[in-house]
Write a protein that binds this ligand. Structure first.
Ligand SMILES: Nc1ncnc2c1ncn2[C@@H]1O[C@H](COP(=O)(O)OP(=O)(O)OP(=O)(O)O)[C@@H](O)[C@H]1O
Length: 274
């Protein structure tokens, strides 16, 4: 059974893309089949995986979503790229911003991405969707398509207001479109352990949200090496395998996998008792 997870936070630069890459490749290193979906018009995920000119790709997420809306046929694996470290990628690019506008007048505007992902999810153990830094139509589509959400939060920014908005949006999507949507947890990223500020943010998050949400045990350290990976088109495991950021992403991958295993066991039990 595959699991679809959206990495979402409407604030920009919180580590969504870096986490999508390193969680995805981390899961692939554990033998899982993984599809990464670039649902951000900036195409940063596509760029980070070494496809440095996303806008020049002949087929991208916008292409297949448009075909899906127009009810034109497409091959399930149309446009899917393969990365040397064992993950597949449905690339995204600037064409998604035009989609964001055209979706408003589409009947199935909130579930176009879900329809597409449903055609391919059985081929994978995990599908990770890297969201735009907004709560617009594409992010709603990602939340409608997902089984769960991971919220990366930057350690040096107090997320209180943004978090409330995001949690409200998730609750609304759950009520109106996708009742099974759950929150896997909040991942604190770019933690600078030399300052007290990061520790404070982490403390505040755990204090204010810890009883409602899982705050992942693992925190991702601030790391120049992690920031370098996107230009290299590699994961942190390939770029700096012995560094702290690689160790942290490895531990985070393990936490996510444990959640996935528990969910599978629960589902299995429910299926048996039917
Ligand atoms: N652990 C880290 N340490 C230092 N820099 C990092 C770390 N993780 C990510 N970065 C850098 O911070 C910037 C923002 O990260 P990233 O692109 O992953 O965030 P994002 O939430 O996907 O951004 P956007 O909202 O623009 O899509 C990038 O330049 C990235 O290389």
């Amino acid at each position: 059974m595959s699991k679809v997870t959206a990495l979402a936070n409407q604030k920009g630069g919180t580590g969504k893309t870096t986490t999508t890459v390193n969680l995805g490749i981390g899961l692939a290193m554990q033998g899982k089949k993984v599809l990464l979906v670039d649902a951000d018009a900036q195409g940063n995920l596509t760029d980070s995986l070494g496809f440095h000119e996303p806008d020049n790709l002949p087929v991208s997420l916008a292409t297949v979503l448009t075909k899906s809306i127009l009810e034109e046929p497409y091959e399930p694996d149309e446009g899917i790229l393969h990365h040397a470290e064992g993950v597949d990628l449905m690339p995204g690019n600037i064409e998604l911003s035009a989609m964001e506008v055209s979706l408003v007048n589409t009947m199935s505007r909130e579930t176009v991405l879900r329809s597409y992902i449903n055609t391919i999810r059985d081929r994978y153990d995990y599908v990770l969707i890297d969201c735009m830094p907004s709560l617009g139509m594409m992010t709603i589509n990602a939340l409608a398509a997902a089984d769960s959400v991971i919220i990366p939060v930057q350690a040096h920014y107090l997320p209180a207001k943004g978090m409330t908005q995001l949690l409200q949006t998730i609750a609304r999507v759950r009520r109106q479109i996708n009742p099974k949507l759950t929150i896997d947890g909040v991942l604190v990223t770019m933690v600078d352990n030399r300052t007290n500020f990061a520790k404070d943010i982490s403390f505040i998050l755990r204090r204010d949200y810890g009883d409602k949400l899982r705050i992942f045990q693992t925190e991702i350290p601030l790391s120049i090496r992690a920031a370098e990976t996107s230009a290299k088109g590699k994961s942190i495991y390939a770029h700096d395998p012995h560094g702290l950021a690689a160790k942290a992403y490895e531990a985070f991958t393990k936490e996510v996998q444990d959640i996935g295993e528990k969910r599978r066991a629960k589902q299995h039990k429910a299926d048996l008792s039917r």
